[in-house]
Write a protein that binds this ligand. Structure first.
Ligand code: UTP
Length: 294
């Protein structure tokens, strides 16, 4: 029986160049999705999957992240005096999500390097990695399914979605093999952003991982790859091809609701989708959109 997954690593030290200039002085993980920063949805997801130890990898402008998950005594007092309980609850919710730890990635040397910065905190146990670019609807469980597969296989687990073949070159792509009698797949290899002709499947990698700690030794030895960055995909490729303790990569194909917030257009679509479901103004927004023709 393997160790159970308790820890979540949330990398938030990237430069967010696709969102400039909004991300000049603020991490992209702090961009609001309706009325909460994207990272709050991600921490909520980790907590509801039972992960009670959250480590955030931060970089420049980490202040906003830390402040968001901390208490805000002056603001809370003001809301209390006004009797504004709803807003007070919304403010206290973020700091009540549990203790969050922070480690700084001195330089944004890539997602693989960001994960490696969590090594000391994580230690020798399997752990989850959640990226703020992908929001998974709270009604559709993904992490718990991935944690189960990690416990069953003893390897590392990635999340996959089926995309239109023409879209695959925007993602990492997995070459997979079905596992008889199981609802997860075995990952033979991973190709980063393949052309449509080269793609081994239409299964794209999204931002949820449950990793065996063997990934740390592999990351230590992983040379900078695409874009001069230490890529998590390259380390996973090594684990997929390896044998022995901690090797083997498996995939869970996610068919639920996912909101991509990684680039400007997807982000706007995600915000509109989630806003249109809000009871306070969803119907008004949809009525307005119907009439809106630019
Ligand atoms: P992305 O490649 O999507 O983020 O990395 P980015 O580099 O910030 O964005 P662009 O491409 O320049 O617009 C995926 C996740 O990994 C984190 C990012 O913060 C994001 O959550 N990351 C990336 C790090 O923490 N450190 C890095 O060195 C790179």
């Amino acid at each position: 029986m393997g160790k159970s997954v308790r820890k979540a690593v949330i990398p938030a030290a990237g430069l967010g160049t696709r969102f400039l200039p909004a991300t000049k002085a603020m991490p992209k993980e702090m961009l609001p999705v309706v009325d909460a920063p994207a990272i709050q949805y991600v921490v909520e997801e980790a907590v509801s999957a039972g992960l009670d130890d959250v480590l955030m990898i931060t970089g420049r402008s980490k202040r906003a992240l830390e402040d968001h998950f901390d208490s805000a005594p002056a603001l809370e007092r003001t809301l209390e005096l006004k009797g504004d309980q709803a807003r007070l609850d919304s403010v206290q919710h973020a700091s009540g999500l549990g203790p969050i730890h922070y480690v700084r990635q001195g330089e944004p040397k890539g997602l693989g390097h960001a994960v490696l910065c969590g090594r000391q905190h994580v230690g020798d146990e399997p752990f989850a990695v959640l990226l703020g670019d992908d929001l998974i609807d709270e009604r559709d469980e993904l992490l718990t399914a991935m944690i189960d597969v990690q416990a069953k296989t003893g390897g590392s687990v990635i999340a996959l979605i089926e995309v239109e073949p023409a879209q695959i070159s925007a993602y990492g792509c997995a070459d997979i093999l079905a596992v008889e009698g199981e609802d997860y797949v075995r990952v033979n290899s991973l190709v980063e952003k393949p052309s449509v002709d080269e793609a081994p499947s239409n299964l794209a990698v999204i931002g949820r991982y449950v990793l065996h700690p063997a990934v740390f030794d592999v990351l230590e030895k992983t040379e900078p790859g695409r874009g001069g960055e230490i890529q998590l995909t390259d380390a996973l490729q090594t684990l997929a091809a390896g044998e022995g303790e901690g090797s083997g990569v498996y995939g869970v194909v996610f068919r639920g609701r996912r909101y991509d917030t990684g680039d400007k257009l997807s982000y706007l679509k995600a915000v509109i989708t989630l806003a249109s479901e809000r009871p306070e103004f969803g119907e008004d927004l949809k009525a307005w959109m119907k009439d809106f023709n630019g």
